[in-house]
Design a protein around this ligand. Structure first.
Ligand SMILES: [Fe+2]
Ligand SMILES: [Fe+2]
Length: 166
């Protein structure tokens, strides 16, 4: 009962920096990890099946992304273990399509979702006083934003507007 107040403490003004429990942080990091597995699988497959001369550069780039997503998965897994949790083993579902533009669009949407999640995670880690963890997630975030730009550029679309701070 004595802990109730602490759990209810708020870290901000609805900016996603509300104090959450460590258990809730473990759950959310596991969601992030499942999303990283999804990204690894998508990039491994899409990088090899993308066809068309105009997609050769981005196909190479997707191979690089695959390796970066694996590094992210390892970092998250380490943090989940550090928090006393068990890293999940199931990826979020990966969509498939024969069309290059579909594949690139799936990746772009996933990266946008991932960026939203990590922005929130940085605030949550900081609210819990886990500053080193927040820093590591910031580094991942930098790479996810680069992935997002690579995909938007290949698709010839604007980088999604995320200025709503969500
Ligand atoms: Fe990632
Ligand atoms: Fe990514």
């Amino acid at each position: 009962m004595a802990k109730k107040n602490k759990a209810n403490k708020r870290g901000g003004k609805g900016d996603g920096g509300e104090q959450i429990s460590r258990k809730e942080l473990i759950r959310l990091l596991n969601e992030d990890l499942a999303r990283e597995y999804q990204a690894i699988i998508a990039y491994v497959v899409y990088s090899q099946v993308l066809k068309g001369a105009q997609y050769m550069n981005i196909a190479k780039e997707l191979e690089v992304h695959a390796g970066e997503e694996l590094a992210h998965a390892l970092i998250l897994s380490k943090q989940i273990d550090y928090l006393g949790g068990m890293p999940v083993v199931m990826p979020k579902p990966v969509k498939t399509s024969e069309k290059a533009t579909d594949m690139l669009r799936f990746d772009l949407d996933n990266e946008t979702e991932t960026i939203r999640a990590y922005r929130e995670r940085v605030r949550q880690c900081e609210a819990l006083g886990e500053f080193a963890m927040a820093e590591q997630i910031r580094d991942i975030l930098v790479q996810e934003q680069e992935h997002q730009i690579d995909l938007a550029t290949a698709l010839g679309v604007e980088v999604p507007d995320m200025s709503d701070r969500r």
